[in-house]
Design a protein around this ligand. Structure first.
Ligand code: ZN
Length: 198
């Protein structure tokens, strides 16, 4: 027996999410059928809204409703420091510790020759553009402590240092291979405070 088309379609959609296989997708689809109509409508609307109402900040690449984003637009923030992260969720993690007052730049990935991701495939060009602003004195590279994260940090360091801007890397209170988004606030704070020059 085949699934009725609406269920088959929903299963197909759930299977596009990371870590969801056919079995889990089917379970979620059947669960959705049992949900009350209001909850399903809210769910569907929020799916559409995250695509329609959110954009990338034209300055830092952060996900935002307004352009520039809240952080770039905030005049109380220290515009002399830019902290470079892989993903928007890293910005959220770092903002949670409420200590860092500088700006951010989101790369949306890391360099990965194995996957064919080169400098033009991630948000590097706009970072280099931002460095023309004489206010920028330091770039803190907070890519994850993976092989790709380290290679990206080295690449950026070689690119930025000739401009006479200090380049630092987060201290490895973060264990090797660990992701910023999973680090607790104390660990993150220590990693920022203990950053070393590249
Ligand atoms: Zn921004």
């Amino acid at each position: 027996m085949q699934y009725p088309a609406p269920i088959a379609k929903l299963i197909e959609s759930y299977m596009k999410l990371p870590g969801i296989g056919a079995k889990t997708a089917a379970r979620l689809a059947f669960y959705t059928i049992e949900m009350n109509e209001d909850d399903v409508t809210t769910f569907a609307k929020s799916l559409i809204s995250v695509k329609r109402d959110l954009h990338y900040c034209s300055i830092c690449g952060n996900i935002t409703e307004e352009d520039p984003c809240e952080i770039c637009a905030d005049n109380t923030r220290d515009k002399s420091v830019i902290l470079v992260v892989e993903e928007t969720k890293d910005v959220m993690a770092l903002e949670k510790m409420r200590e860092y007052q500088g700006l951010y730049h989101v790369l949306h990935g890391v360099l990965s020759p194995m996957d064919g991701t080169g400098p033009d495939d991630i948000n590097i060009a706009s970072l280099i553009n931002r460095l023309h602003d004489a206010k920028v004195k330091e770039v803190i590279i907070a890519t994850n402590a993976t092989t790709e994260g380290e290679a990206t940090a080295m690449y950026l360091s070689r690119l930025i240092k000739p401009a006479g801007i200090k380049v630092t890397r987060l201290a490895h209170g973060l264990s090797v291979g660990s992701d910023i988004e999973y680090a607790d606030e104390v660990t993150l704070l220590k990693a920022v405070e203990g950053r070393r020059e590249l």
